[in-house]
Design a protein around this ligand. Structure first.
Ligand SMILES: Nc1ncnc2c1ncn2[C@@H]1O[C@H](COP(=O)(O)OP(=O)(O)OP(=O)(O)O)[C@@H](O)[C@H]1O
Ligand SMILES: [Mg+2]
Length: 230
C-alpha cells in the first residue's frame, strides 16, 4: 500500500507577471501521508495557495512532478484531471464561495449533481449533519452566519467523501471563537473520517489542531515540524 497521498517531487511553478517571471515554487519536495492534518505557513506570497492548487490538481507544475494518490497530474488530460479532483479532493476557501441564490442544501448537493451522483439530497443531509447544521437546509446563505457559511462550505467539500481536503485560510474571515470551532471541526474530520487536510493559514493558534507544520519561504520549504495535535 502506498503510504503517501500527496507527493511533490522537486516541483517548480513559474508565473509570468507583466513579462517578468515569478518563481512561486522552487524545486519543492514534500510527502503527505494519509490521515495527516498539515498546516502550511509563511508570509504572504511565499507560495501556499500555489502549492494547494497544485496538490488539488487545479494547476500543473512548470517543473517536477505532483503525485496525488499515486497519479502523476502532468500525465492526465483535462477530463482526467477533472475526474481526479471530483473523486479525491474537496476545497474550502477563505471566502466560503457559496452560491447566493441556492439554499444551504442545494449548495451542498451541487458537486454531486455535477458529477452525476445518486442520492444527492440524502447525502447532502448527512454532510450537513456532520457539520451540525441539520435544520438549516432551506436557508439561503445570507440567512446564516459566517461560521455557519464556512460549515456549509465544509459540508459541500466533504459530500463526495474525498480523501483530501484542501483549505486555503479557512478561518481568515472569522472571529477567533468561530475560527476555533471551525478548526475543531476540521480536526474531527481528520480523526473520525481519516480525511487528510492540507491547510494554508496565517493564524498561529490554528497549529494546535495540526499534526505537522510546513513553513514556506520564497517558494521553498524552510522547516517541517511534527507536533502532538489536540
Ligand atoms: N496567476 C498568477 N500570475 C502571476 N503571479 C502569480 C499568480 N499567482 C500567484 N502569483 C505569485 O506567486 C507567488 C506565490 O503566490 P501565492 O498566492 O501562492 O502566495 P500565498 O503564500 O498564498 O500568499 P497569501 O498568504 O497572500 O495568500 C506570489 O509572488 C504571487 O504574486
Ligand atoms: Mg494564498
Amino acid at each position: 500500500m502506498d503510504t503517501t497521498l500527496i507527493r511533490f517531487e522537486r516541483v517548480s511553478k513559474d508565473y509570468l507577471a507583466d513579462g517578468e517571471p515569478v518563481h512561486a515554487l522552487r524545486e519543492l519536495s514534500l510527502d503527505v501521508a494519509p490521515g495527516q492534518f498539515v498546516a502550511l505557513m509563511g508570509r504572504s506570497g511565499c507560495g501556499k495557495s500555489t502549492l494547494l492548487n497544485m496538490a488539488g490538481a487545479m494547476d500543473l507544475p512548470s517543473g517536477g512532478r505532483v503525485l496525488l494518490d499515486g497519479q502523476d497530474t502532468s500525465q492526465l488530460d483535462d477530463a482526467g484531471l477533472t475526474r481526479l479532483r471530483r473523486e479525491k479532493v474537496g476545497f474550502v476557501f477563505q471566502s466560503f464561495q457559496l452560491l447566493s441564490n441556492l439554499s444551504v442544501a442545494e449548495n451542498v448537493e451541487l458537486p454531486l449533481l455535477l458529477s452525476g451522483g445518486v442520492n444527492a439530497r440524502e447525502r447532502a443531509r448527512e454532510a450537513l449533519g456532520w457539520v451540525e447544521l441539520s435544520g438549516y437546509e432551506t436557508r439561503l446563505p445570507h440567512q446564516i452566519s459566517g461560521g455557519q457559511m464556512q460549515r456549509v462550505a465544509i459540508a459541500r467539500a466533504l459530500v463526495h467523501a474525498p480523501k483530501l481536503l484542501l483549505a486555503d485560510e479557512p478561518i481568515g474571515n472569522l472571529d477567533t471563537n468561530t475560527g476555533d470551532l471551525i478548526l475543531k471541526l476540521l480536526r474531527r474530520i481528520v480523526t473520525e473520517r481519516g480525511t487528510t487536510i492540507l491547510m494554508a493559514t496565517h493564524s498561529p493558534e490554528s497549529v494546535v489542531v495540526c499534526d505537522q507544520i510546513v513553513r514556506l519561504r520564497d517558494g521553498r520549504i524552510e522547516a517541517v515540524e511534527a507536533r502532538q495535535a489536540r
